[in-house]
Design a protein around this ligand. Structure first.
Ligand code: ATP
Ligand code: MG
Length: 262
């Protein structure tokens, strides 16, 4: 533990998607703007991709906080489930009763709910995280959900979030129909050298750090190279570096120290 050594109130580099630590750099702002636009404009399908650990789930948590009360949100983390099981989770999140209903009854009840919500100017959102693990037949079933629409607009906005494999899946010939429905796709890029530095400083500040500049330029170069700008990796390198610095009685983190913890 190095909290008292560096005068911190809490762990700066935890690898949980805590919105309090949100670093809202340009790529994150753009991604969030895309998602909100897709949902508000009722685009039907919106896809967010990005490398492992780049911040997709963190961004989805930030999205929740920014959608007003007219939105009803269901949030699934994909696991291998049937459409019927998926619908049960969706019902729970929308506050609907799924008990004793068959798959077709669930679909009818959902349609009914979506039409009534639309009449009250509400908007239903379904977010599916870890969507790269979906099978093509599951994506086909999800496509059927998005068919619930009026002549004017889509009644449910489906946000698929996943690693780049999701794109490969969508590009397969059997999912051509599905791909045509996707009107918005945003790929979240990793941080560049400058952004990595701002990111690290931001997390230190949020955790209460008030001392002098902790990470030297050489250390930041090394962290950015090794992590390729992926926040989850940046966090774990910085965490190890701070432990080592505290143990060794160092007040600064330089390139040499980073090399030791890589
Ligand atoms: N914009 C950000 N602000 C603050 N921390 C972030 C940000 N993006 C990522 N992180 C940190 O990196 C960790 C990994 O991010 P997250 O879990 O959101 O990645 P992911 O893209 O969903 O990864 P996976 O592909 O494994 O699902 C988070 O727990 C958080 O600590
Ligand atoms: Mg994730």
């Amino acid at each position: 533990m190095y909290l008292s050594y560096f005068g911190l109130k809490e762990q700066p580099f935890n690898v949980t998607p805590d919105p309090k630590f949100l670093y809202f750099g340009e790529a994150y702002q753009d991604a969030l703007a895309y998602l909100i636009y897709g949902i508000r404009m009722r685009k039907g399908f919106v896809v967010l991709t990005g490398e492992i650990g780049v911040g997709k789930t963190t961004l989805i948590n930030a999205l929740f906080e920014r959608l007003d009360d007219s939105h009803r949100i269901a949030h699934l983390v994909h696991s291998n489930m049937s459409l019927k099981d998926m619908l049960r989770f969706v019902f729970r999140d929308y506050g609907l009763d799924a008990s004793g209903k068959s798959k077709s009854e669930l679909l009818l009840a959902l349609q009914d709910f979506l039409i009534r919500l639309d009449q009250k100017s509400g908007n239903a959102v379904l977010i599916i995280d870890e969507a790269q693990n979906l099978r093509s037949w599951q994506l086909e079933e999800i496509r059927l959900l998005s068919n619930i629409e009026t002549a004017k607009r889509k009644l449910i906005q489906i946000v698929l979030v996943g690693q780049p494999e999701l794109l490969q899946l969508m590009n397969s010939t059997e999912l051509r129909q599905f791909k045509q429905r996707v009107s918005l796709h945003f790929h979240l890029k990793a941080l560049n050298r400058e952004e990595s530095e701002t990111y690290i400083e931001h997390r230190l500040k949020v955790s209460g750090y008030q001392g002098k500049r902790l990470f030297e330029d050489g250390a930041l170069d090394e962290i950015n190279n090794f992590s390729e700008g992926i926040p989850r990796l940046i966090n774990s390198i910085c965490d190890r570096a701070m432990i080592k610095a505290a143990i060794g009685g160092q007040q600064k983190i330089d390139r040499k120290l980073i090399k030791k913890v890589l």
